[in-house]
Design a protein around this ligand. Structure first.
Ligand SMILES: [Zn+2]
Length: 286
């Protein structure tokens, strides 16, 4: 995959503050006050005992700038994430017109508190409809390569494009409609969740279609190389629920699928990739 580094305008860098301090337990302001009072009355600094060595409330609340610099490899990853997010968002802005609202990729390390709740590294990348942002721990890319056997930058780009696909679903109202349907019929929760996930895969494919056009790199965009498509398919297959379940429990339980099987994920990614048309991604009608 070819791309060029930009101004990181699509990134919210929280690597410096999230999960730092060697396992600092997130306190929240209530917890902070309790620990502060304990420390005051006993003369023992309980903050040190919590492992973070933190003595100010700002480090246990979200919102402060947490920019940081990682290894050169990691910084290159940040540039790549920014380039992909920019490219995919440009495409969706064109397709949705005035309905489009930009999103950002929040980079974190180990753990983060989002509007959608607390997320640890094991959560994997996710989209939070509450604040309309994508959350990503760059460590997941190592997991993708090592644990799931899906290395390569386009495999990483696919994961990102999938999360941006969830942003599109929020903007178009599909996500909201689905939540409503799940509330009125709780038995349909997993089936509907699978459909939503497969549509995000298909939307990732739609972006892949766009990125496979020749001459995009020269124009400052993202351009696929031969073999990139296979990387994404490997990733789509690797993180299908059946594979994840087998790794986790040794068994496959289709009724518990929330993302779709490996085969379904590959099929829908390809449908988007081959057509380049979001209309082809109607997973709710099939
Ligand atoms: Zn998803």
């Amino acid at each position: 995959m070819r791309w060029s580094a930009g101004d990181r305008g699509n990134i919210e860098d929280m690597r410096g503050r999230s999960g730092g301090g060697g396992g600092m337990i997130p306190l929240g302001i209530g917890g902070f006050i309790v620990v502060a009072l304990l420390s005051m009355f006993t003369g023992v600094n309980f903050f040190d005992m919590l492992g973070g060595g933190s003595s100010s409330p700002s480090s246990s609340t979200v919102g402060t700038s947490g920019a940081t610099t990682g290894s050169p490899t990691e910084e290159r990853l940040v540039d790549m994430v920014d380039a992909v997010a920019r490219d995919a968002q440009d495409m969706w802005a064109q397709k949705l017109g005035s309905r489009y609202e930009p999103t950002k990729v929040v980079l974190f390390r180990d753990s983060i508190q989002s509007t959608c709740g607390y997320a640890g590294a094991a959560t994997g990348p996710f989209y939070c409809p509450g604040d309309r942002k994508v959350y990503l721990d760059l460590g997941f890319f190592d997991e993708l390569a090592r644990r799931f056997g899906a290395p390569g930058d386009f495999a990483q780009a696919y994961v990102l494009a999938h999360e941006i696909g969830h942003h599109i679903q929020t903007l178009t109202g599909t996500e909201g409609q689905m939540r409503q349907m799940q509330r009125s019929d709780p038995g349909s929760t997993n089936t509907l969740s699978v459909r939503l996930e497969l549509q995000a895969d298909c939307y990732a494919g739609v972006w892949g279609h766009e990125a496979s056009r020749a001459g995009r790199a020269a124009a400052g965009g993202v351009e696929l190389d031969p073999g990139d498509m296979e990387e994404a398919l490997r990733a789509a297959a690797a993180i299908g629920d059946d594979r994840l379940q087998k790794l986790g429990t040794g068994r496959v339980m289709p009724e518990k699928f929330t993302h779709g099987s490996s085969e379904q994920r590959v099929t829908w990614f390809k449908r988007g990739f081959d057509s380049g048309d979001p209309q082809a991604c109607n997973t709710f009608e099939r």
